[in-house]
Design a protein around this ligand. Structure first.
Ligand code: FAD
Length: 287
């Protein structure tokens, strides 16, 4: 099923993200995670590509294929253009077709520190257009409630979103954020810019003080004072911090659903208990 079509019902689309485990852990670890997530019946599960030193790009397709075949859940295969030229992309798409994977999240990927150029596709929109040349695929793209970390001018955020839609993006998934108002502001800005495709909210619960520090610097996401106080209070107690932060994430998701957002995407960090504790309640709440 094409993910773009899922938004045609009035229900909030609920989805999860996993990443390929490091090579030494082997793929079986991710299958154990997926087995635990299966009971949540997410509308789709996305699999990252080449991010964060994970276990190789081929693993993404292998996992996406298994999500479809073994668990009967729709996979969303992330794909970046930083490491892939036209020929590579054509080959990867061919492999996806053979595996009946029909949903791709088209991304630029983070530029290497050497600042090397992207081979053939400069921006994600160019990759979106290349994938959409084949109508086998439904294509998603990334969006940023607080702008991309490297983007200087706020207004460009919406222009780039519109360009991705014009290139053929069927839906968007957002960068993680902790302040729902940032997401609502982006929805307004996107609407004013003429973006019409569904926009899914990306939520990542905080698991440790170190993780949140890393995330702030990687993504530029702002922290509301409620969350800062919570980290201050439980920062040295990982168990209590996790409990409080799962409550926070759950409140964030409930509020998003109450606002009638198109979808909520939970970054599981391959920790099934995060999804089990927050996601299950949402099924009863969504419209
Ligand atoms: P683009 O849309 O191309 O934007 C990149 C930069 O260029 C931005 O600063 C943007 O403002 C600017 N820009 C865009 N268009 C133009 C234009 N026409 N002219 C001038 N400037 C422009 N990374 C991975 O490596 N693997 C993953 O699996 C992965 N999954 C992700 C999933 C989600 C939901 C999100 C939000 C991000 C993900 N990322 C992943 C990270 C992403 O690849 C990085 O944030 C990357 O730096 C930007 O990717 P993009 O697709 O948004 O790029």
């Amino acid at each position: 099923m094409k993910i773009g079509d899922l938004f045609q019902t009035n229900k909030t689309v609920l989805s999860l993200e996993v990443f390929p485990p490091k090579k030494e852990s082997g793929l079986e670890t991710i299958y154990q995670t997926l087995q635990e997530l299966e009971s949540l019946s997410p509308d789709f599960v996305s699999v990252t590509y080449g991010a964060g030193g994970s276990g190789g790009c081929n693993a993404t397709l292998e996992i996406a294929k298994t999500i479809k075949e073994r668990y009967g859940i729709e996979p969303l295969h992330h794909l970046t253009c930083v490491n892939n030229g036209q020929k590579d992309v054509a080959e990867i798409l061919q492999e996806m077709k053979k595996a009946h994977v029909e949903n791709v999240l088209a991304l630029r990927g983070d530029l290497p520190e050497t600042g090397e150029a992207v081979p053939d596709f400069c921006y994600a929109k160019d990759l979106v257009a290349a994938i959409k040349a084949d109508d086998h695929f439904s294509v998603g793209a990334a969006c940023y409630p607080e702008g991309h970390i490297s983007q200087a001018i706020d207004q460009e955020n919406y222009q780039h979103l519109l360009e991705k839609e014009q290139a053929g993006a069927d839906f968007f998934i957002s960068q993680l954020f902790f302040d729902n108002d940032c997401f609502y502001r982006m929805l307004e800005g996107a609407d004013q810019a003429g973006v019409t495709k569904p926009i899914v909210a990306g939520i990542m619960p905080i698991l440790s003080k170190a993780q949140v520090q890393k995330m702030i610097f990687m993504c530029g996401s702002s922290l509301p004072s409620k969350l800062i106080k919570l980290i201050h209070r439980y920062g040295e107690d990982p168990v209590e911090l996790q409990k409080a932060s799962l409550d926070y994430a759950w409140e964030q998701m409930s509020d998003l659903i109450a606002h009638g957002v198109d979808g909520v995407h939970l970054y599981t960090m391959n920790r099934p208990e995060i999804a089990l504790k927050t996601f299950d309640y949402l099924r009863g709440e969504r419209h």
